[in-house]
Design a protein around this ligand. Structure first.
Ligand SMILES: Nc1ncnc2c1ncn2[C@@H]1O[C@H](COP(=O)(O)OP(=O)(O)OP(=O)(O)O)[C@@H](O)[C@H]1O
Ligand SMILES: [Mg+2]
Length: 215
């Protein structure tokens, strides 16, 4: 059943949501599911996913919150995203592979557009200039109360915590941002209640994937 897809261009699937909403956990399980189905699947993440983009990741995610303002930060994200798209995502899709990205453009809209209050129009302008009309085939949005996500990431040993240091109201705005994006893009986005057990969330994602991409 997968041969129809694999003989052509691959499919691009993104996972989005706030900090600690389960994106990395669910991405890995989804990649395993696609492999079981015999599909070739690349798992990647943002910011990063290509050597240049990984260097930019370090600039964006480490240090103090005020290190970058919203405009500078958005430009850095899009410099990284363009690099990721050109060197990793596009070649894989052209080779007929599935690509799963742990975060993509909706995160910039939610964090910088809504969280940092740069606004939808400004982020959209940069998006259009940097990557045009390229968009995922399917986006899963993991929805979770901001406090719960932050609780899950507490005590984690890493220094990529610039956004985790933002206040709770920032995290609440970005949750609302993701939900607005889903309302505006109903054909592409599927919202999941991420407060449930890992296996329940994954089962719903697999069902959606079967319905949307394998039929
Ligand atoms: N459904 C769940 N219920 C309870 N705990 C979960 C669930 N999903 C993931 N976790 C746990 O919460 C933590 C964060 O999960 P994960 O790293 O997958 O989230 P993330 O969205 O990738 O976070 P970040 O935005 O920080 O990268 C991990 O310790 C993970 O084991
Ligand atoms: Mg993660």
């Amino acid at each position: 059943m997968t041969s129809g897809i694999l003989s052509g261009r691959g499919k691009f699937i993104t996972l989005e949501g706030g900090d600690g909403s389960g994106k990395s956990t669910q991405s890995r399980l989804l990649q395993a599911f696609l492999k079981e189905k015999g599909a070739d699947c690349l798992l990647t993440r943002e910011p990063g996913g290509a050597p240049g983009a990984d260097e930019i990741r370090e600039l964006i995610l480490t240090g103090e919150p005020e290190r970058w303002d919203a405009v500078g930060e958005t430009l850095l994200f899009y410099a990284a995203r363009r690099n990721h798209l050109r060197l990793t995502i596009e070649p894989a899709l052209a080779a007929g592979r599935f690509v799963i990205s742990d975060r993509f453009a909706d995160s910039t809209m939610a964090y910088q557009g809504y969280g940092n209050q740069l606004g939808v129009a400004a982020v959209q302008k940069i998006h259009d200039f940097a990557i045009g009309d390229f968009a995922p085939d399917l986006t899963f949005i993991l929805d979770l109360p901001a406090e719960e996500g932050l609780r899950r990431t507490e005590g984690r040993l890493h220094n990529e915590d610039r956004f985790e240091k933002m206040d709770l109201s920032f995290h609440e705005r970005l949750r609302e941002g993701f939900l607005s994006i889903a309302r505006e893009n109903p054909a592409r986005c599927f919202v999941l209640d991420a407060s449930r057990p890992v296996g329940d969330i994954q089962a719903e994602m697999r069902e959606q994937l079967d319905q949307r991409l394998f039929r």
